[in-house]
Every structure is written in C-alpha cells, then in structure tokens.
Design a binder for this molecule. Sequence first.
Ligand SMILES: Nc1ncnc2c1ncn2[C@@H]1O[C@H](COP(=O)(O)OP(=O)(O)OP(=O)(O)O)[C@@H](O)[C@H]1O
Length: 347
Amino acid sequence: MDAKNNITFILNPKSGNHGKNDIPDMIAETLDKTKFEYQVKFTEYAGHASEIARQCVDENIDVVVAVGGDGTVNEVARSLVHSRTALGIIPCGSGNGLARHLSIPIDIKKSIDIINRYNIETFDYGVINELPFFCTCGMGFDAFISQKFASSKKRGPITYIENVLKEGLDYQPETYELEDETGTKKHKAFLIACANASQYGNNAYIAPKATMTDGLMDVIIMEPFNAFDAPQISIDIFSKTLDKNSKIKTFKAKRIHIHRNTPGPIHYDGEPIMTGTDIDVHIEERGIRIITNPEVIETDSRPNFFLNAFAELYYNINNVRKDIEKQGRRIQTINKALLKKLKNNKT
Ligand SMILES: Nc1ncnc2c1ncn2[C@@H]1O[C@H](COP(=O)(O)OP(=O)(O)OP(=O)(O)O)[C@@H](O)[C@H]1O
C-alpha cells in the first residue's frame, strides 16, 4: 500500500466572525483517512502560522492547510514558497480572495473535499518590498482602508463598506512615479493595485483578467474621481468589468518601481504596513504549490451583499444628481451635497 501523505492544518481562531471550535471535528469526519495522516494546530498570536509552517517545511510535511482568511493564507504560504510542501486552504476569513480565485468553495466541508482530491498545481506569487503576496498588494486608498480596518474591533463586510463610504469621498489622491520596462510616468491616483489573483476577496474583482500562471502581475491605476463616478466603479468591481471603466488604467508587468513623495502605508493581501517613499513590486514565477479545485467555478451564486448595497447607493446618488441638476448648482456644491447625503446614507 502507498504511504499516506502528511497534512498539518493551521487554524487561526481569530479570523472571520464565527467560532472555529467545530472545525477539527469537521476535518475528522470529512478528510479521507485512507490517504492522509494529519494534525491540527491552533495559532496563538499573529505571525505564529508562519513559524508553524516553516517547521512543517523542515519536517518535509506534504501539505500545510491554512484555516482562516487571506492574512492566515499569506502567513502560511510565505513559509512554503519554493519548497515541495503544498498549500491547502479552508477558507473561513472575511474576504477569502485567494480561495475564491482558485474556485475553492467557501464551505468548510466542501473545501476539505477539495483537499481529498489532492489536485496540486504550481502558481506565481508576488513580492512587494520583500513581503510576499499571493492575491493583491497596493498603495493609496486600499492600503489606507486596510489600516483603518485592521484597527477596527468589528470585522466583516458591513464594517468594511462603512469604512469605504465614510473615508472614500474625503481621501486625497497622491502622485506616484511609476517605472516599468517601458519607462517612467507620473500618475495622480486614488490607488495603485498590483494583482497576482483577480480579487481582493468577497468577489471584489480589482483585476478581472489576472491569472496566477502568466508570470506577470496586473497593475491597476485608479485615477481620481468624484462622488458621481464612485457607484459605477463599485459596480464594475463586483461585475468583473473594472478594466472597461474610463477611470482605470491597467497593464501587465513582471516588475515595477514606484516612487512617492511621502512615506505611507502599503498592503500585502490586505495586511497593512508603513513603508518609505520607494516601493518595488515583482512576480516570482511558479514559486508556490497549491491544492486547487480542478473544476473552475465561474460564478458565485451566493447573494452579493456588496453589489446590492452599491446598486442601491447608485440609485440614491442618481436621484440626488437629478435634484441638484434641476436646481442648476455648481459642481463643488454638488460634491458637498453628495458627501452629506452619503454620510447620512444607511446603506
Ligand atoms: N491566535 C491569534 N491571535 C491574534 N491574531 C492572530 C492569531 N492568529 C492569527 N492572527 C492574525 O489574525 C489576522 C486576521 O486573520 P485573517 O486575515 O486570516 O482573517 P480575516 O481578516 O478575517 O480574513 P480575510 O483576510 O480573508 O479578510 C492576521 O493578521 C493574523 O496574523
């Protein structure tokens, strides 16, 4: 009989909004014990998942499964790069961007079934200022909001949407000098995102065309916009059409360098960190082995909270715009009126 494969599950009890106590039982019930030997370990502090995963690589464990959200996946995966140990994912965070990109079901038992199928493929990952990322990294508004979100006691989509609405209209775009193999250009931008995978999480497709096997990242430059543009941008993000929006410039690159005038936050897979004025981003080709769903799930049939909320907002904003246009007021007054309306908006 063939030897069994070794799996270590690393469970982050702090990810997402629900308890994790029942997950070891679910693993015991669903994992195919004729194929695998396994152990479950709980993280005790931020960074612990990386330490456990590094030990697993040293012990030649076949698979380390991150049980948590993208932060936990990042911590585990960064210890596995360029090793033979594969990453598995049981997605139970708030966003689960990498799991969604790889068609891993957001359902604990179904995601364990994917591990049972043991379909391992090799994927690209990215590096921003020496920090590995597997989904996306960025600077500007998304890094700013990751910072706000990290310090928020409440987590989940509602907190996130509240933060985006509260902060988005006041946010001041920055100027960046972006250098790639074609030369250096200045961009005034609301945010710059570099994507290895297509989404931030929760089906927010910042880079709908990104694949993890092309050896390239998708660079997304979101230009400054006003309150009237915001709902359409949001709807495009959730409808996989952001690349068609007139406020978006996008291109593929293997390596970029960005210079900005003042230090500020960046994020890697949603984890914020302060950094200086110079930022390097590149893609490491085929550097991480991941257990993935051999069948691609094209559409996510679960109700999309964000899309519904933004569609309602879009409807409200258009009504405000019509009222204001009827009264013939100037654009600054329009923005102020919208700001007030949005801050009072319960969606
Ligand atoms: N035992 C622990 N105590 C406190 N923090 C922890 C512990 N284990 C891990 N962490 C930290 O918890 C943070 C959040 O985890 P994670 O990103 O997996 O969940 P999430 O934010 O809910 O999901 P997502 O990133 O998909 O939105 C990570 O930054 C990780 O370092």
